[in-house]
Design a protein around this ligand. Sequence first.
Ligand code: GN1
Ligand code: MG
Length: 345
Amino acid sequence: MNIALEALKAFQLEGAIEKVAPFGSGHINDTYKVESSCGNYLLQKVNTKVFQNTETLENNLNLLQSLQSNVFAKHITTKNGVCFHLDQASCWKLQEFVLNAYGPTTANNLTLVEEVGRGFGMFTQVTSTLDATIFDEAIPNFHSLKWRLEQLDEAVSLNKVSRVDDSKKLIDQVNAFSWIADHFNKLVENGLPLRVCHNDTKIDNILLTEDSDEFRHVIDLDTTGPGYVLSDFGDMMRTLLSPTKEAEVNESKIEIREGYLNALKSGYLSACEESLSPLEIENLEFGGLYMTYMQAVRFLADYLNGDTYYKISFPEENYVRARNQLTLLRLMHTQIFNHKTDSNW
Ligand code: GN1
Ligand code: MG
C-alpha cells in the first residue's frame, strides 16, 4: 500500500488520506479505493506491460475530457496538471469515487440491461462529434481480430507450456468460426465507419446509482480510441446476455436470456441511433459474435502462452474462460442468427 500512498502525493488532493484499500476485479490494472477527509477516490495503477505508451493514454483522455461531458467520471489531475503520474516503476491515475453508485458485475433484470445500453449509447453519442483518427490506439491492434488470430497461431506453434494437446477441442472450435473474421472484413469494405469507441464496454465498466440503477458514468477509459461500433455493442452482448461470469465453472449455466438483447438494443439506440449509419445499425448483433469470438481467441492464446496477460485466480482459469466464450458464441450463433441470416453463416 505504501507505493499507492506515495503516488497519491503527486495528485492535487486537499484532504488527509484516511484509508487506501484494494478495490474491484479488473483483469489488467490494480485499483484502490482511497478515503480522505474531503472525499473518496479511485486510484489506479496502470499495467504498463499492457499499456506501454502512457503519452497516448494522456492524449486520449484529454481528448475525451475536452468534451466536458459527465458521461465520464471526473479525473483529478496531478500537481503538474496532467492525468497520469509516472514514478520510477509505475503509472497512476486518480478519479473521483462516485457516491451512492455501484459497478454491476452481472445483469439480472431487463431494466438494468436497458440502462447499461443507454449509458454506453451516451458514450457513443457524445464521442460521435470527435474525429476517431485524432486518437491513437492505446494498445496497438487491440481489436484487430486478424492480429489476435495470428497471436493464437503463434501460441499454438510455440506451445510454450505444452498445453496444446489438451486444448485441441477449443482450438478446433476457434478454427470453425474463422469466417467471422472474413465477414467483419466485408463489412469494413462495405463502409463500416471508424469511430471513437470505448473498446471495453463490459458490464463492469459502468457506474449506476444505487437503488434506482440509473446510469451515472462510463469508466475504465484507457482503451478508448478508434474502433467500430461492433466492438462496443458486441462487448455488451458478450457480458449482459448470459447470467454467468467469464470464469463460470459450470458451463451449463451459460444461456441467452429471453428479452435481454431487445432491452440492450433499445437502451443503446435510444441514446445514439441518430449518430449511427444504417450499416452499423443493421450489424449491431454481429458485434456480439465478433467480440465473443475475439475474447475466446485472446483467453485461449493466453492459456497456451502460460497465463502471462490476464490475472488468474485458479490454474485453468484462462482455459475455462475461453471455453465459456466459445459456448456463448455457439448459443448466440444458433439462437440470435439462425432465423435471420443466410446459410453461409
Ligand atoms: C480486460 O481491464 P479489464 O478487466 O476491464 C481487457 C479487455 C477484455 C476484458 C475481459 C486492456 O479488461 O479487453 O475484454 O479484460 N483489457 C485489456 O474481461 O486487455
Ligand atoms: Mg479495461
